[in-house]
Design a protein around this ligand. Sequence first.
Ligand code: HEC
Ligand code: HEC
Length: 405
Amino acid sequence: MQRTLIWDLPTRLFHWTLASCFAIAWLTSDGDRWHAVHVFAGYLMLGLVAFRVLWGFVGSHFSRFATFWFGPFEAIAYLKEVAKGHAARHVGHNPTGSVAIYILLAMTVVVGFSGIVTMGGDEQQGLAAGWFSFAQIGLLKKLHEAGAMLMLLVVAGHVTGVIVESLQHKENLARSMVTGYKQADANTPQATARPLVAVLMLLAMLSFGGWWFYYAIDRAIDGQGWHVKLEKGVGEEPHVKFVGKQLPDNKLWRDECGACHAVFYPALLPARSWEKMMAEQDKHFGSDLGFDQATTDEILKFMVDNSADKHLVEAAFKIEQSIPKEASPQRITETPYWINKHREIATSDWANPLVKTKNNCAACHADADDGTYEDGAMRIPKAPKPVASAAAGTASAATAASSKP
Ligand code: HEC
Ligand code: HEC
């Protein structure tokens, strides 16, 4: 027995980068704040799998599929041996581990592509933007989530397998995936580290992945791509914001409805809410709007044409889904979806003088005026440092005052 290089450097790098990406994707899967990171991890995983498939044919001995081409029956037979406590030692991948690898490679592709399509429907962003509507995307989103869950189970099984086998054969398998070395008899084929290949491959993947990510995310802007953004001088940010598509606009609506408060884009409430609001415009939250018939008609038409029922943006679809069919809420801030999305915001953030009221949407959503409410445009402002207790007094006074502007 002698110390032998089994796992070449590219294979080890692949293994740990994929594992990290998987962990990152899980950690960033909830909520919208880390959405861009989540998507980047997904793209990188797809790139990694592409590399691994190639490496399975041209890599060094133990990285080649030919050396671990085991089927499910062999995997089960091996599991039985392990259960009896006398499984044969495999210097390369054992049959059960091999099947886990194939499942993970395949599932990465399934989860990656269903993710791209889900994002295309849910956010109308990325490569698959516009392929499906918000309403149609449900099943693919389930596939994306269930696929990720299945991967987590396989990963758990894989980790358990590594621990059990490390104990049974008294060797640290996790460490050998770091160093690449294992004890093997003298005529075991030695892997070549191929550090140059590893570095080149990683560079190629990162630059391609980065460019692709940037391009794919950014494509939505004017439908023209990243170079337009660079020309406009807004492309310097490393994490490109999700820029929403441009929604229809109407000057009369903007002027009239923006006279007392910032405009609330029609997509935020269903048509029946707007119809009710215009029918009862003489008692609009204590004010009388007093629009003449022509003004009322034009504004109402614009609002109905772009109401939540039209699913122009993700928020529209979700708000519409959350409201009971017979209800015509007059406040966006009273719709179940809005309440749910904002339930975790701290009281101190609401009390922030830069926010003051719930319906000061633009305080936290840079694109409130455009009506798109993209995740990437959302920032809770930092409260300015209170100068003295007098400042706090002003803030709460402002909060009270602004509820009836
Ligand atoms: C004369 C002033 C005035 C005009 C003009 C006006 N509003 Fe309002 N609006 C108010 C007041 C006051 C409130 C209540 C604000 C509060 O409670 O914070 C309000 C609240 C709202 C809300 C509820 C926001 C929420 O979710 O809390 C919506 C929606 C709304 N207005 C839509 C409109 C639309 C659409 C128009 C144009 C057709 C319009 N407003 C024009 C004064 C006005
Ligand atoms: C104090 C800051 C703040 C204010 C004010 C605020 N929001 Fe939000 N909003 C947030 C945060 C934070 C989230 C993200 C929640 C999450 O991570 O899921 C959010 C999420 C949303 C979303 C979901 C976006 C998505 O794609 O997931 C919509 C739609 C939305 N807000 C609309 C509104 C509207 C309309 C108003 C005004 C009536 C408003 N918000 C006022 C902080 C705010």
